[in-house]
Write a protein that binds this ligand. Structure first.
Ligand code: NAP
Ligand code: GCO
Length: 259
């Protein structure tokens, strides 16, 4: 029996028109799952549908803002009616605002926390009843190294991702009895549009990250595919409340010692 088989499962990945969510959706499809994804506007969903189609994936796309509880509830009901009950949820949608705390408005801070922390709560709460009725499910929250570490200019993001780590653990406690496993993936620094500003030619951050990562490179969205399939599959049925860091070793590393 292939413990990593997702045949017959319906997976919802939020914010998955491109980037990490898209890569995870491709891996889930390769493992046999039916792919459902969302994005915040029709233009992005249409772009995503075209990409999935080009990759031979007949994905189902839905437009909703993960912070809008009414829209999320309606969308989950629509997905359940049109596709089926969701077995696997990946709370991937997220933003970052890189602004020094002294310069950051409360409005900007709130927007990051709304999308990166409140959103996963809202979507998980909407999806869980169907999982409970079906006898179980998998929820994977895309956390971050900033669930563990801080750095200048990302206070809102680190607060949200730190909160998402604890939300993951707490929902694991509340829903474990329903055979729902709630875990997180903590990616290191990954080459997506979100980090593109940090990778611009000559940006000092590029060298900083590569020297701080034992693997000596940026991660790619594809580096997250195997860990995501593991946490979405029966191979992880006794893994609950765990954050799986996929970071090339950066969290284990104090940094290159002076020669
Ligand atoms: P990305 O390229 O910026 O993609 C994020 C996706 O989420 C986009 O499709 C975005 O849509 C969507 N989104 C944003 N706000 C939304 C909302 N309110 N409702 C629905 N969808 C929304 O990011 P990424 O690099 O793929 O990252 C995906 C996740 O991994 C995020 O949670 C991020 O924090 C996390 N992460 C990223 C890295 C990294 O190094 N890249 C590392 C650790 C964790 P729009 O394009 O319309 O904004
Ligand atoms: C940043 C980066 C990071 C990554 C990721 C690291 O500005 O520091 O965007 O936050 O996105 O979250 O795990």
């Amino acid at each position: 029996m292939n413990q990593f088989d997702l045949k017959g499962k319906i997976a919802l990945i939020t914010g998955a028109s491109y980037g990490i969510g898209y890569a995870i959706a491709k891996a889930f499809h390769a493992a046999g799952a039916v792919i459902v994804f969302n994005d915040i506007n029709q233009e992005k969903v249409d772009m995503g549908l075209a990409s999935y189609k080009a990759d031979g994936i007949d994905a189902h796309g839905y437009v909703f803002d993960v912070t809008d509880e009414e829209a999320v509830t309606e969308a989950i009901a629509k997905i359940t009616k049109e596709v089926g009950t969701i077995d696997i949820l990946v709370n991937n949608a997220g933003i970052i605002k890189r602004i020094p705390a002294l310069e950051m408005s409360a409005k900007d801070f709130k927007q990051v926390v709304d999308i990166d922390l409140n959103g996963p709560f809202i979507v998980s709460k909407a999806v869980a009843p169907g999982m409970i009725a079906k006898g179980g499910g998998k929820i994977i929250n895309i956390c971050s190294m900033m669930s563990e570490l801080g750095r200048e200019t990302v206070s809102a993001y680190a607060a949200a991702k730190g909160g998402l780590k604890m939300l993951t653990k707490n929902l694991a406690c509340e829903w474990g009895a329903f055979n729902i496993q709630v875990n997180g993936i903590g990616p290191g620094y990954i080459t997506t549009p979100q980090t593109a500003p940090l990778r611009e030619e000559g940006h000092p951050f590029n060298t900083f990250i590569v020297t701080r990562t034992p693997a000596g490179r940026w991660g790619t969205p594809e580096d997250l595919q195997g860990p995501a399939v593991f946490l979405a599959s029966s191979a992880s049925d006794f893994v609950n409340g765990h954050i799986l860091y996929v970071d090339g070793g950066i969290l284990a590393y104090l940094g290159k010692q002076p020669s």
